[in-house]
Each structure stands twice: as C-alpha cells, then as structure tokens.
Design a protein around this ligand. Structure first.
Ligand code: E4P
Length: 218
C-alpha cells in the first residue's frame, strides 16, 4: 500500500518524507488556504516546493475552477509544473468530463470528494488515476466510510479496473488499517495519524527494559 501525507504544510511534508515511507502528498484548497498560500504564482511555487520535498512522489494539486473549460486550462498549467503533479478534480459532471480530457492528454488525475461507489465507478470509467473516497466525512454523518472502500474494491475488482483507490479524509490509525485490510491501494493521512501507527505500549515497555539491560552489559 502507498502512503501519502494529507497536508500542504512544508515542515510536515518534510518530516513525513524523512520517515522513509512516503509515496506522495495530497492537498486541497482548504489545506492550501490554511498555509496562507494565495495568488496563482504563489500556489504554483508552493506545489513546486512540495514536489522537490518528495522526489518522484505523486503530488495532488486541486483545480479551483468548477467549470469544464476552466478546469482543463488550470489542470494543464498545474501538470506542466512538474511530472509529479496529479491533477485533483471533484466528481461533478464538469469534473468527470475534465478527467476524461486529462486522461486523453496523458495527465494523471485524482478524482476527489467521492462519497459513493457509483461516483467511483464513473471516475474510473473516465480514466481517473486515483479515486478518493472520503472516509472521515462519511463517519462524521454516521455513515460507514470503510464500507465504501469495500464497495469500491468489489466494483473495481469485478471489472479489473486499474484506478487506484485512495482512502482519504482519514482521522485515525483504525481508518488506515481498515483501508489496508480492505485492499485500498493508497491512503492519504495527516502526519499525526501516520506517526501514530508506530505506537504500541508493549514496544515502549519492551524498549525501556532492553535499554535498562543494555546498560548492564556496558
Ligand atoms: C483528500 O485528498 C482530502 O485532502 C482530505 O483527505 C480531506 O480530509 P478532511 O475530511 O479531513 O478535510
């Protein structure tokens, strides 16, 4: 399974990259705004910095437009920044059409704001490279985010669809491991959730004892 970090914060991206397990980064307009990134040139410069921090990684950059032609123009500009860029497009009718256009142009896409297997099937049909079901936001409204991963996995396997399932809106380790158990291809998670995967009280107590005993050996 691939690991992406879900942030536009350069320090967090750098820390995630230094863990040695990072395959990419996802951003969205909310995450970019949180970092105070405004204006086309600053946005582009920020994406370039992210690409440099994760050499060879897949870096999702979301279009800000919602109309087809504008999405396509924006996506082409984003893709031209660096071959690592994956153009992130919402699952609307304009977005679906834009994904198909990007597919025909050889530009990789991440279809975002996916909340149903039906949306995921359409995204795949248009040739999306990644589809991003939002687990946490489904759980927030008392639906079952992981059940959606399972449904999409089944539909994609039925037709040998190659679109990668990218579990998004991750809130905790349970979400990450649920994605892993259900066969998601990728998860994008906040750095804190990725780091929390390391935690186990028996590791802590076991290491404490080993360190104490190691002192006796010196
Ligand atoms: C996906 O790519 C989005 O950036 C993200 O996972 C959304 O998560 P949120 O529900 O925590 O905002």
């Amino acid at each position: 399974m691939e690991f992406f970090v879900d942030t536009a914060n350069l320090a967090q991206i750098s820390e995630a990259a230094s863990m040695g397990i990072l395959d990419g980064v996802t951003t969205n307009p909310s995450l970019m705004a949180k970092e105070g990134i405004t204006g086309v040139e600053n946005i582009k410069a920020h994406y370039k910095k992210i690409c440099d921090l994760v050499p060879g990684g897949a870096i999702s950059a979301e279009v800000l437009s919602t109309e087809y032609s504008a999405m396509v123009e924006e996506g082409k500009e984003l893709a031209a920044l660096n071959p690592q860029i994956v153009v992130k497009v919402p699952i609307t009718s304009d977005g679906l059409r834009a994904i198909k256009t990007f597919t025909d142009m050889g530009i990789r896409t991440n279809c975002t704001l996916v909340f149903s297997a039906a949306q995921a099937l359409l995204a795949a049909k248009a040739g999306a490279t990644y589809v991003s079901p939002f687990l946490g936001r489904l759980d927030d409204i008392d639906a079952d985010g992981l059940e959606l991963i399972s449904q999409i996995r089944q539909v994609y396997d039925n037709y040998r669809i190659e679109t990668k399932i990218l579990g998004a809106s991750i809130r905790n380790v349970k979400h990450i491991m649920g994605c892993a158990m259900l066969g998601a291809d990728v998860v994008t998670a906040p750095l804190a959730s990725i780091k929390a995967m390391l935690n186990h009280p028996l590791t802590d107590s076991g290491l404490k004892k080993f360190v104490e005993d190691a002192r006796k050996m010196q």
